[in-house]
Design a protein around this ligand. Structure first.
Ligand code: G
Ligand code: G
Ligand code: MN
Ligand code: NA
Length: 250
């Protein structure tokens, strides 16, 4: 397929970049880190959405090389930020299951010099689909490096609850499909509250995704959510946008 060939070429020609969306800590009342989001600046098609190219990258296996690039790039950039800023990087299940993954993380950390405690990888429940034994082994191995592990898109997958019992994630990211209706819809609010309470019982943090208005923020605050991410606070920013934001913040 043409798009597959284009992706391969894009990786070699440096057409990918990372934008970074701030994550805002509700208790400390400040930015605590950023999520790296891949962007493809195509020479003729313009900006192509990851919703379009990530699935193709996964099918073709190219996600392994693209994900390696993203990890290196994100760690290198985060190393320039203040020491209390974390960087979250999305890792697709195919990349995670690739046998070289742990070594890629080790390399990204050592080449960038980033403190492992500042790196968080975001995985989804789909990493458990092909047997949880090897997955749990790898999660423990990664944890032993000192990095943090977040469970992304929580609530949209399969039997979420059993995974919480089997591994101590550092964070649960509450999918924006639950956050969007939270202000006006009592059942959506009840689900978010249940997720926050559940996370608390397991000593896990929570980040609510896709927070777009002050009513949602107020609801999340009252429910004890740890942090928020969304257009209300900031859209994903370019590298320069992040540096400027961090400078202004002092
Ligand atoms: O920012 P946004 O629309 O751009 O991202 C769309 C989707 O693409 C999200 O589900 C996000 O997790 C995914 N995505 C963005 N960047 C990466 C990346 O570097 N690796 C992987 N595996 N997924 C990514
Ligand atoms: O799957 P993941 O959670 O990694 O995807 C993050 C996605 O959410 C990205 O596509 C990002 O651009 C998008 N996003 C971030 N903030 C908001 C928001 O406030 N509203 C909506 N609709 N999307 C958002
Ligand atoms: Mn994510
Ligand atoms: Na998500």
């Amino acid at each position: 397929r043409q798009i597959e060939l284009d992706l391969r070429e894009a990786l070699h020609k440096g057409q990918f970049r990372l934008d970074y969306q701030p994550i805002f800590d509700l208790k400390a009342d400040r930015i605590c880190g950023f999520e790296a989001l891949m962007r493809w600046d195509h020479p003729t098609r313009g900006l192509v959405s990851p919703v379009e190219f990530i699935p193709v990258a996964e099918e073709s296996g190219l996600i392994v090389a693209m994900g390696e690039w993203a990890l290196h790039e994100a760690c290198r950039e985060a190393q320039r930020w203040p020491e209390d800023m974390r960087i979250a990087v999305n890792v697709s299940a195919i990349q995670f299951r690739n046998s070289g993954f742990a070594n890629i993380v080790v390399q990204a950390l050592s080449r960038s010099g980033l403190d492992p405690r500042r790196l968080e990888i975001e995985i989804t429940e789909s990493v458990f689909l092909e047997g949880s034994g090897p997955t749990l082994d790898l999660l423990h191995r990664l944890r032993a490096l000192g990095i943090r592990i977040a469970l992304d898109d929580f609530g949209t997958g399969y039997s979420s609850l059993s995974y919480l019992r089997s591994f101590p994630f550092d964070k649960i990211k509450i999918d924006r499909s639950f956050v969007a209706p939270i202000a006006g819809d009592a059942s959506a609010a009840a689900i978010v509250r249940a997720i926050v309470d559940l996370a608390g019982a397991f000593h896990m943090e929570t980040t609510a995704e896709g927070v777009e208005d002050p009513e949602q923020l107020a609801a999340l605050r009252s429910q004890g959510c740890s942090s928020i991410q969304g257009y209300l606070f900031s859209r994903p920013l370019t590298v320069e946008g992040v540096r400027k934001l961090l400078q202004d913040q002092g």
